[in-house]
Design a protein around this ligand. Structure first.
Ligand SMILES: Cc1cc2nc3c(=O)[nH]c(=O)nc-3n(C[C@H](O)[C@H](O)[C@H](O)COP(=O)(O)OP(=O)(O)OC[C@H]3O[C@@H](n4cnc5c(N)ncnc54)[C@H](O)[C@@H]3O)c2cc1C
Length: 429
């Protein structure tokens, strides 16, 4: 009987699972369909520069992600830039900055000190957070984020510049469609937790270096294997993959790919049907390359939305990636007008909106690159049913951001799901 464990999928969930297992001496084999690791959070090369398939933000509250990065041998303290949370919309005159003070003082002072919101809105925001705290962030029923904000009188600039963008950034689902319970969970672990949990952690390197490459070294260094360009098309209840028998198999793919695999076994078609019901949301990342550094007032700024029809959401200053050159990464979360525009128009529009936001002309971009991830995340809707890590087939497990029932599709959700699957396996050995 083989003792080896197969992990199908080398995204952050599969790698977290494999690293956690490798750390306890298990022999793991990771099968990855692509030529590289990282899945939806991976390194890509653009204009000869190592960048990412999409700009990612981590939060101080991503405890498991930070632990796993360390366990794999990388150093999150140098690979991530830690900044106190700041929501900065220079074009809209809105700014929320959380001071470096102990919780919950940092939040109260941050909310009351917001620029661009009325006193009535600030007090309403403090009340809203207190109401959520009183119920331990458990809602009586799951409704949309928009309904939750309505019920708690969250209107005006505060809603437009803070709650709705936070919802879109965290759940990648517009407030009108997004799950209020999952949003409340995110607030519990970020704004509602320790001050450090609210910190923004911006990758100071590409996503490959942050975890996947270190994870690979760690797995291989502990006697495991990573097989790239290795797509698994079918499962067998006897856990045989390509003629090799495994003691456990973890499916750590995105839900649509997990569904295709689960359909190949009669015992797991019900879970496959559940996943087939999932809707997805896109994310676009538009890189604009400039001849000089950009000098944003803060590395992440909200794009100017004063005029109707504007499409931009957030822009990140990645100028440090190449000395002397400026690189802006503009992020477009969820469905929107942006997705109907061709690449040229999209880049030109975002360049204009960036100038308006900064309030100064920028030189014409030297290059642009648009990356559209059509199924970036599952759409995080109210009452969305999630599968459990175990399946009706003995020793066949699920991991992936969608399995972490408490969280939206995030790196932390993916990593937690991988760690959970690993611990369930270890509990049986
Ligand atoms: C553009 C973009 C921006 C994002 N921004 C953020 C952010 O700012 N903060 C944040 O926390 N999260 C963000 N996310 C979400 C985050 O990236 C995902 O939640 C996370 O990466 C999902 O990891 P995963 O391992 O569950 O799935 P995946 O990354 O999808 O990994 C699954 C892997 O399985 C492989 N695979 C699939 N089928 C097979 C098969 N049959 N055989 C072998 N291998 C297979 C795939 O190639 C893939 O590598 C963003 C996502 C995108 C796309």
């Amino acid at each position: 009987m083989s003792e080896r464990i197969a992990v199908i999928g080398g995204g952050w969930a599969g790698l977290a699972c494999a690293v956690e297992l490798s750390a306890t001496g298990q022999r793991v084999c990771v099968f990855e369909a692509a030529r590289q690791l990282g899945g939806r959070a991976r390194r890509v090369e653009i204009q000869g520069l190592p960048l990412d398939n999409g700009q990612h933000i981590l939060l101080g509250a991503y405890h498991e992600t930070l632990r796993l990065i360390r366990l794999a041998g990388a150093d999150p303290d140098t690979l991530l830039e830690r900044l106190p949370l700041e929501l900065n919309h220079p074009g809209g005159g809105f700014r929320l900055r959380l001071p470096r003070l102990p919780a919950p003082l940092h939040l109260a002072i941050g909310l009351l000190g917001m620029q661009g919101a009325s006193l009535r809105e600030k007090i309403a925001a403090v009340r809203f957070m207190r109401a959520l705290q009183r119920t331990h962030y458990r809602l009586r029923e799951d409704i949309s984020v928009a309904d939750l904000l309505d019920r708690h009188g969250q209107t005006g600039a505060l809603r437009r510049f803070m709650w709705e963008p936070l919802c879109l950034a965290a759940l990648n689902t517009p407030a009108a469609l997004a799950s209020a319970q999952i949003f409340a969970n995110v607030l519990r672990d970020s704004l509602g937790g320790k001050r450090e949990g609210t910190d923004l952690l911006l990758p100071a390197t590409n996503l490959g270096q942050l975890f996947p490459e270190a994870a690979r070294r760690f797995i291989e260094g502990n006697g495991g294997e990573v097989r790239l360009s290795n797509r698994i098309d079918a499962l067998q209840p006897s856990l045989i993959i390509g003629g090799e028998t495994f003691a456990h198999v973890v499916i750590a793919t995105a839900p649509q790919h997990a569904s295709a695999l689960l359909r190949t076994l009669p015992e797991t078609t019900e879970t496959a049907s559940l996943l087939d019901g999932y809707a997805f949301e896109p994310i676009g990342t538009v890189y604009l390359g400039y001849p000089e550094a950009l000098g944003f007032p803060f590395p992440m700024i909200g794009l100017d939305k004063r005029e109707p029809g504007r499409i931009g959401q957030w822009a990140f200053d990645r100028s440090a990636e190449k000395s002397g050159q400026g690189i802006a990464a503009c992020v477009l979360s969820g469905e929107g007008l942006w997705d109907s525009l061709d690449n040229e128009t999209l880049a030109a529009t975002l360049h204009r909106e960036l100038q308006d936001t900064l309030g100064r002309p920028l030189p014409a971009p030297l290059w642009h690159q648009v990356i559209r991830e059509r199924r970036a995340t599952f759409s995080c809707r109210p009452k969305l049913a999630r599968p459990t890590p175990d399946t009706p087939v003995r020793n066949l497990w699920l991991a992936g951001d969608y399995v972490c029932a408490d969280y939206p599709a995030t790196l932390e959700g993916a990593v937690r799901s991988g760690v959970t699957a690993a611990r369930r396996i270890l509990a049986q050995r």
